[in-house]
Design a protein around this ligand. Sequence first.
Ligand code: HEM
Ligand SMILES: *[C@@H]1O[C@H](CO)[C@@H](O)[C@H](O)[C@H]1NC(C)=O
Ligand SMILES: *[C@@H]1O[C@H](CO)[C@@H](O)[C@H](O)[C@H]1NC(C)=O
Ligand SMILES: *[C@@H]1O[C@H](CO)[C@@H](O)[C@H](O)[C@H]1NC(C)=O
Ligand SMILES: *[C@@H]1O[C@H](CO)[C@@H](O)[C@H](O)[C@H]1NC(C)=O
Ligand SMILES: *[C@@H]1O[C@H](CO)[C@@H](O)[C@H](O)[C@H]1NC(C)=O
Ligand SMILES: *[C@@H]1O[C@H](CO)[C@@H](O)[C@H](O)[C@H]1NC(C)=O
Length: 366
Amino acid sequence: MKTAASILRPEPGTISPTAPASMAYNFLFLLSCIAVVSSSSHAYVYPPLVEGLSFTFYKSTCPDLESIVRSYLKQLFQSDISVASGLLRLHFHDCFVQGCDGSILLDGSFGGPSEKDAPPNLTLRPAAFKAIDELQTLITQACGPVVSCADIAALAARDSVRSTGGPKYKVPLGRRDGLSYATEEDVLSFLPSPTSNVTALIDVFTELDLTIKDLVTLSGAHTIGIAHCSSFEDRLFPTQDSTLDPIFAEKLYLTCPALNSTNTTVIDIRTPNTFDNKYFVDLLHREGLFTSDQGLYDDSRTKPFVIVFALCQRMFFENFVYSMTKMGQLSVLTGSQGDIRRNCSALNSNLSWYAVDGDGHDGKVF
Ligand code: HEM
Ligand SMILES: *[C@@H]1O[C@H](CO)[C@@H](O)[C@H](O)[C@H]1NC(C)=O
Ligand SMILES: *[C@@H]1O[C@H](CO)[C@@H](O)[C@H](O)[C@H]1NC(C)=O
Ligand SMILES: *[C@@H]1O[C@H](CO)[C@@H](O)[C@H](O)[C@H]1NC(C)=O
Ligand SMILES: *[C@@H]1O[C@H](CO)[C@@H](O)[C@H](O)[C@H]1NC(C)=O
Ligand SMILES: *[C@@H]1O[C@H](CO)[C@@H](O)[C@H](O)[C@H]1NC(C)=O
Ligand SMILES: *[C@@H]1O[C@H](CO)[C@@H](O)[C@H](O)[C@H]1NC(C)=O
């Protein structure tokens, strides 16, 4: 028998599909939410760290790493807060496609900076890639080439969450960069589509050893950022999705008047630039943007988590830190695996080839 507390704790666990969402039950959640807040212990619970990663990995080799990242992004976000959501999504894509190894950053990877023909569902913001490259330059100036691009992406995602009002958490470091490109096939099979039903979403997450709770929790990242019409127009045309609030749908039709509009809109209509639990409140009001969002409220396996997070932001934050840390350790390379890329957009082997001024026939010089 699962108790309310076992649902709330940011630890592995499933909950019974029949978990009651009654008023009394919700009232208990609310009480426990308030109780926890007033005791205000801000120590988050982390999953076990993968061998080779640690919170103090660069303590001696790059002691200023985290402050360099923080101050660069602080300035960047002052001029354009929207880069924050781009950076958060970048880390997600990096981790889901062949592990958090920076491969999504490579020029030439599907979804990477050079992928001009990527479908809109893969459009990662160019500004986010640029921020990673600029950060790497600053970090290399300060510490030499010791910090991986995958770690920079993880730190940038963390600071994006924090800068927009989300939880302040620690990131295990020590990831190494991958030596191969992310293929189109990997991208398509591991990045869930916004048109997915909950079963398909659970399948993708399960494949990566992530739980149903991780799915709901991590979807909460949609509390910031924007989306293109193409990501949700299946809910407007040819017919209006019945799970969509009609007034919300009317607004969406203004932004996306017909198929193939290139317009964008915010994902969380309540507080689009603030990392909070309003995304879950949106779902309760049938104002989730994607099928993959709204479905979480309509499926008995995921609905209880949606309700809890909508009622209690603290529970969302605690679980978010836990699930993000899990996601951030997916298939990481450590120790002597992979390498430290000297340019986040290119493999070192390609750089050497450049430096040696080859004639384009052979990528390998060593
Ligand atoms: C559960 C499955 C998920 C699906 C189906 C999904 C799908 C999408 C889609 C279609 C977009 C809009 C792309 C566009 O039209 O430009 C988007 C945006 C976004 N996603 Fe997800 N996503 C999922 C999970 C996640 C996770 C786990 C995170 C991070 C932890 C995340 C973070 C974001 C952010 C921050 C944006 C806004 C990007 C921006 O403003 O440029 N998503 N997602
Ligand atoms: C992205 O959209 C294309 C069509 O534009 C579709 O073929 C593909 O399956 C989608 N992939 C994902 C991961 O959503
Ligand atoms: C969910 O999506 C999968 C894959 O797209 C499909 O095979 C399945 O029939 C769908 N399930 C439901 C209940 O719609
Ligand atoms: C884009 O959205 C605006 C309003 O948000 C709308 O007036 C315009 O018609 C849309 N354009 C296209 C091409 O969909
Ligand atoms: C939208 O684009 C698709 C393929 O890109 C095309 O088949 C379809 O006719 C277009 N629809 C409209 C309404 O323009
Ligand atoms: C990094 O690599 C990319 C892709 O090869 C290239 O366009 C860019 O100029 C390089 N950046 C630096 C600073 O060398
Ligand atoms: C990088 O080098 C590999 C061989 O090591 C080569 O096949 C590939 O085309 C190069 N990619 C780019 C973008 O230069």
